[in-house]
Design a protein around this ligand. Structure first.
Ligand code: SF4
Length: 105
């Protein structure tokens, strides 16, 4: 993501073939909204700060047989009951910032 940020104006974050967040690069890094994007950004190594490698718990489900509801539910640290049955839609939450997550409904 760090390399991409130097080459593009807008970034689309995908998980398991689904677009989960789309925004200008500076917005994604300043205020990531989707839990997966937050984990990705948190895992970027820093030369200023020594920190342990952060891994996302859980496994990606079988992509041929996705669960009902949110595609990220098995690994999301903020999962809620409704995430297991309601598929989130990619919606504009802020100007030019779209996210697919039920936390923002
Ligand atoms: S919809 Fe639920 S499971 Fe999916 S990313 Fe948002 S909080 Fe996590």
């Amino acid at each position: 993501m760090g390399l991409q940020a130097q080459m593009v104006d807008r970034l689309a974050v995908m998980y398991a073939g689904h677009m989960v967040e789309v925004a200008p690069v500076e917005n994604i890094f300043a205020e990531p909204l989707h839990p997966y994007t937050q984990l990705l950004i948190d895992s970027i190594p820093s030369i200023k700060e020594r920190k342990p490698l952060k891994l996302t718990d859980g496994l990606t489900h079988d992509l041929r047989n996705p669960p009902p509801g949110c595609i990220f539910q098995a690994r999301c640290p903020k999962v809620m009951d409704k995430c297991k049955s309601v598929p989130p839609k990619l919606e504009e939450i802020k100007a030019e910032h779209q996210v697919a997550c039920l936390l923002y409904e």
